[in-house]
Design a binder for this molecule. Structure first.
Ligand code: NAD
Ligand code: MG
Length: 388
């Protein structure tokens, strides 16, 4: 058995799907990890429960109205309680942890994540929106601060794993696999009527609401193309999406000699989570194993960009660059929440994103401040279009 120094983990977004699975990994590996920071936005009850079980140094509740509840419930413990969005950033800047699991959903995760990078902390990155919005700035910051950014997204974890030992070898292209979501093969005349309950049912993964909708529209794969561009320093033409409904091959890398490496496994986010937290080590687990005799057919097809137009818009944003991915991401966040509240239909999400992308001023080399402004402008415009 290998000896490990306990890594002190800060889970930003501990009450979410990724956060809960990370706690599960930590619970099974108490000799390798300790929980130092837990954060939630509004789920104070779960945050309290988690704090009582895992006894972190600090908890942060984003919603300040819930501060009293959390403080009172943890009064008999020595857990420090902070509240508010600024506190998320402040705690990210403290020297109480070694690795941040960035598992907040959406652009809300951006500030704490860049604070952690400035603070020299390793990042296990689930929050793909951070790279979609400002991947250039984030990756430059990471290099300057000598901070590893290790992907948690299963596709990117797959590519990352395929690249181990290949630092001197150039990537010819990557294949980003996609399950296709719950509406694979469907056409617009069907999609026009689908409701949130239907869209939230993903065939292979159980995830938070926002990413579930993004998976149903294929926007998730578009966000992942942009995420891959920044993580692996790729040109748009080197990134190909393949629909692979079995979700067994989590993604592939093709090298200059034509050789292709794939990472394969059952769809279970605990694997990429534990890989990112324990990197460069692998740790043993008792998860079910892949069985080639039971799952003996792998199929691949091209995505239907005419039906799933969000993916086409994301490809446009990827190719255009500048602040367009940021604008697209902001409009998408607003559109997805409006769809989840039954305010707009499934296909209308695309119309909102497309309009906003055409209306916010394009900036080719945005500064950090430009990104914040483009994000805010795109959100306001999207909300206006939807009449929120
Ligand atoms: P989720 O909705 O289940 O959880 C989100 C977490 O973020 C919660 O803890 C919530 O309290 C917190 N949060 C939400 N809004 C916040 C705000 N404004 N300020 C502070 N905290 C806030 O989401 P999830 O499915 O766990 O996804 C988290 C991130 O991981 C997303 O970026 C998603 O794209 C990415 N991801 C998730 C999966 C998955 O299987 N769930 C897979 C790959 C990538
Ligand atoms: Mg993914």
């Amino acid at each position: 058995e290998q000896e490990y120094i306990k890594k002190r983990i800060a889970i930003f977004g501990s009450t979410g799907s990724i956060g809960k699975q990370a706690l599960d990994v930590i619970e099974k590996n108490p000799d390798k990890f300790s929980v130092e920071v837990l954060t939630a936005y509004s789920n104070d009850q779960l945050l309290i429960e988690q704090a009582l079980v895992y006894n972190p140094n600090i908890v942060v509740i984003g919603d300040e109205n819930k501060y009293g509840n959390v403080k009172e419930a943890l009064a008999k413990t020595d857990v420090k309680v902070f509240a508010g969005e600024d506190a998320l950033e402040e705690v990210a800047g403290m020297d109480v942890y070694d690795l941040m699991l960035a598992a907040i959903v959406g652009f809300a995760g951006f500030r704490p994540t860049i604070k952690a990078i400035e603070n020299g902390k390793a990042i296990a990155l689930a929050n793909k929106e951070t790279l979609v919005v400002a991947g250039d700035i984030v990756m430059n910051m990471a290099v300057e601060n000598r901070v590893p950014v290790i992907p948690v997204d299963s596709e990117h974890s797959a590519i990352f794993q395929c690249l181990i030992g290949e630092t001197r070898n150039r990537i010819e292209k990557i294949y980003l696999t996609a399950s296709g979501g719950p509406f694979i093969g469907r056409k617009p005349n069907y999609l026009v009527n689908v409701k949130r309950e239907h869209a939230l049912q993903h065939p292979n993964w159980e995830m938070g609401a926002k990413i579930s909708i993004d998976s149903a529209t294929l926007m998730n794969k578009g966000l992942e193309m942009i995420e891959a561009k920044w993580l692996f320093n790729l040109k748009p033409s080197q990134i190909e999406v393949l629909i692979h409904p079995q979700s067994a091959i989590h993604s592939m890398v093709q090298f200059e000699d034509g050789s292709i490496k794939a990472q394969i496994g059952l769809p279970d986010m605990r694997l990429p989570i534990q890989y990112a937290m324990a990197f460069p080590n692998r740790i043993r687990n008792d998860h079910p194993r892949f069985d080639f005799k039971r799952m003996n057919t792998f199929t691949f097809e091209e995505p239907d960009l005419k039906t799933f137009r969000n993916l086409a818009l994301a490809i446009e944003a990827l190719e255009t660059g500048g602040n367009l991915p940021c604008i697209m991401n902001a409009a998408n966040e607003i559109a997805v929440y409006a769809f989840l509240k039954n305010r707009i239909g499934f296909l209308e999400m695309t119309d909102v994103i497309e309009k906003v992308m055409g209306q916010v001023d394009y900036i080719q080399k945005p500064t950090l401040n430009d990104y914040f402004e483009s994000d805010a402008e795109a959100r306001t415009l999207a909300a206006d279009i939807i009449k929120l």
